[in-house]
Ligand binder design. Structure first.
Ligand code: GLA
Length: 411
């Protein structure tokens, strides 16, 4: 496995970067790199090549001439952070993407496969009269792959208003009947959470998990509780019960997380909320807060970090769980022009740089960051080009921003 790509600038070298070709022009040219180019040598390249002799006249130039483009994994490992991507079965079925993930990341979150819609079995629930968790072969395939490739896993997600089957909330699991009462729903929640962790323990997968999103997106931006059938059947304390059950059944090595989006707007509500997740002795039933970080290039990085600092003051761990940076703003996404992609490259550079500053100074208790994918064509927000590789798996300015190569990310 090639883990570093060494570029000798004196001559134009084109190297293969896990399915991507990167060609370098000159260390002294303004940008120095065409982040995603084909293998053709241009007339520009040739004229730069002619300057080689002068460039190597002094030691500084020689040092500059040797540039190392680290992998994402190497970049994050230097700050003791795991770095991950969301994972779908297609990504490991395709050789190119499978290799890219193995080379660039050391953590995965299943994009969909562990969501309630995919792991709850209606037929078996009706037959047994209890909610039944039935983990499918996609999950098992991805867990076996993760295990074989030393990938750590974030579990995502148990209690959510979305991608959750309606029938679990109804009498006899029949949506034509009434919603069940609080006691029945609490006992279904108990059984559901218990079965998921038992499955992981019994099948020797639990040791590769380091975090689990017990609840996803329970709060609105205005600080009110989001409507859901969990809330309708159990009442306001459904969140407390979810963490109480998770504490009873999850092995100690798995941190229990609350995960949400627009975290920069709802941080006050989240701080108040996690303070309620305590046992009789006042100990937290939760270990951390997951920050989805579905951002836009127009979002203000300083305000984002102000919110992070507020959340960090709870004493809980934080993880960035679904990072992607779309071009523009939520109501006006921009096309993937070279200029816009440079803005995105700088944004990734600044964001990750600030994050590392916080981590290194010990002001954030964070152990991992997960990108919500790696290439635009496989992203849920593909129209807004939010990720690090383009549709042909060529690294974008965004990639260079993430690996902290300032001269190559659009600056
Ligand atoms: C939310 C969820 C994720 C995923 C994205 C869209 O952020 O937490 O699981 O569904 O939306 O891909």
């Amino acid at each position: 496995m090639k883990s570093k790509y060494v570029f000798l600038i004196a001559s134009i070298i084109t190297l293969s970067l896990v399915g991507c070709n990167v060609s370098i022009k000159s260390p002294t040219s303004d940008l120095g790199v065409e982040a995603s180019t084909d293998n053709e040598t241009t007339s520009d390249d040739i004229s730069n090549d002619n300057n080689t002799e002068n460039q190597f006249d002094d030691v500084d130039s020689q040092e500059e001439a040797l540039m190392i483009v680290p992998t994402i994994l190497e970049t994050f490992s230097e700050h003791n952070l795991k770095v991950g991507t969301c994972l779908s079965p297609e990504m490991i079925n395709r050789e190119e993407t499978e290799e890219l993930i193995r080379t660039q990341f050391n953590s995965i979150t299943m994009e969909n496969a562990l969501k309630p819609d995919y792991i709850l079995n209606k037929k078996k629930s009706i037959e047994t009269g209890d909610i039944v968790v039935d983990i499918n072969s996609d999950v098992i395939k991805m867990l076996d792959w993760a295990k074989a490739n030393n990938m750590a896993v974030r579990g995502h997600t148990l209690i959510w208003h979305s991608q959750t089957p309606d029938w679990i909330f109804y009498e006899d699991f029949d949506t034509s009947k009434e919603l069940v009462n609080r006691d029945v729903m609490l006992s279904r929640m108990d059984s559901y959470i218990h079965q998921v962790f038992d499955f992981l323990i019994d099948n020797e997968y639990s040791e590769i998990f380091y975090a689990y999103d017990i609840v996803n997106e329970a709060w609105n931006d205005d600080g009110s509780m989001r409507e859901s059938n969990w809330l309708a059947t159990i009442g306001d304390d459904y969140l407390w019960h979810a963490y109480n059950y998770a504490n009873m059944y999850a092995p100690d090595n798995i941190d229990l997380y609350y995960n949400d989006y627009n975290e920069q707007y709802k941080s006050n509500a989240l701080v108040k909320f996690v303070e309620t997740l305590v046992d009789d002795e006042g100990n937290y039933l939760i270990d951390g807060i997951g920050l989805q970080a579905h951002l836009y290039t127009n979002d203000n990085i300083n305000s984002y970090f102000n919110a992070i600092e507020k959340l960090s003051a709870t004493g809980l761990k934080l993880e960035i769980t679904e990072l992607d940076v779309s071009l523009g703003s939520w109501n006006n996404t921009l096309p993937g022009s070279d200029d816009n992609l440079k803005v995105q490259g700088k944004y990734y550079y600044d964001f990750i740089n600030k994050l590392f500053e916080h981590i290194d100074s010990g002001t954030l208790n964070m152990d991992s960051l997960t990108f919500w994918g790696f290439c635009d064509s496989m992203s849920w927000r593909r129209e807004a080009s939010p990720l690090l590789y383009d549709d042909s798996l060529e690294p974008k300015y965004a990639y260079y921003g993430v690996v902290q190569l300032k001269n190559m990310c659009g600056y």
